[in-house]
Design a protein around this ligand. Sequence first.
Ligand SMILES: NC(=O)c1ccc[n+]([C@@H]2O[C@H](COP(=O)([O-])OP(=O)(O)OC[C@H]3O[C@@H](n4cnc5c(N)ncnc54)[C@H](OP(=O)(O)O)[C@@H]3O)[C@@H](O)[C@H]2O)c1
Length: 256
Amino acid sequence: MPAGVGDTPEIHRLVTWILIGLAVVTLISTSVMTAPYGRHTSKSWGPSLPSRWGWVLMETPAVVVFCWIYMQGQHRFETVPLILLGLWQFHYVQRTYVFPFRTRSEKRMPVFVCAMGALFQLINAYINARWISHWGSYDPQWLMDWRLWLGAGMFLAGWAINFKADAMLIALREPGESGYKIPRGWLYEYVSCPNYLGEILEWTGWAVATWSLPGLAFALYTAANIGPRARSNHRWYQATFEDYPPERKALIPFLF
Ligand SMILES: NC(=O)c1ccc[n+]([C@@H]2O[C@H](COP(=O)([O-])OP(=O)(O)OC[C@H]3O[C@@H](n4cnc5c(N)ncnc54)[C@H](OP(=O)(O)O)[C@@H]3O)[C@@H](O)[C@H]2O)c1
């Protein structure tokens, strides 16, 4: 068995709790300030790089480090861990190497934001990959377990919502355009940020499918990170467009 990681269950649990603590810190900080990228980007955060490459660098640990850690695990060739690996990579290969090149954004991202994102993904990849391929235990009976299939269904539904919502935003710009328009139709009639809603559903599905503390940690972090950002984007739309639909909510139809 490969022994490249060299951790213990105690170390793994401690790091997972650190990520949960980070989710709390993130919720507090994103509630009082908005991460400076995309429409909220700012030059006051020091050196920057093209956003597109920022996304690639920031998310690469979620693809590469995740695979490497996964391959060190004792359960790496078992069916359920392989299904979970497939779900994870289905999301992250798209997000890291396809999404940035589909966007029509010439924005820049502060190096600081990119570095923080990459650091987060390093920790996140470690706790989740290590759990599914080594410290967790998914015997073949898990293939009959409702948690795996409900979670996978939520994950894929969330992915589809996220992908379509991002595609609709990207299509608002003609090639060479850089401004913002009011998105209309489909879930945009109900909320300003269906892409974030899909993303939160996806990682909640991951938490259900893995039925694990690392899965829960990432779902909590995602909600803490983009829940408040949805509110900031919503307020930005309201302040920017006089004719912004008043009945539209930020993230959750009819509620928030
Ligand atoms: N798991 C997590 O914690 C997490 C955290 C952050 C993001 N994400 C995911 O990463 C993806 C991108 O996030 P994001 O915060 O960059 O999303 P976003 O602000 O909605 O932007 C997505 C893309 O659409 C463009 N765009 C947005 N609104 C537009 C409008 N009204 N008119 C024209 N173009 C518009 C943006 O251009 P500009 O870049 O020029 O604004 C960007 O290229 C999303 O799928 C999100 O769910 C996940």
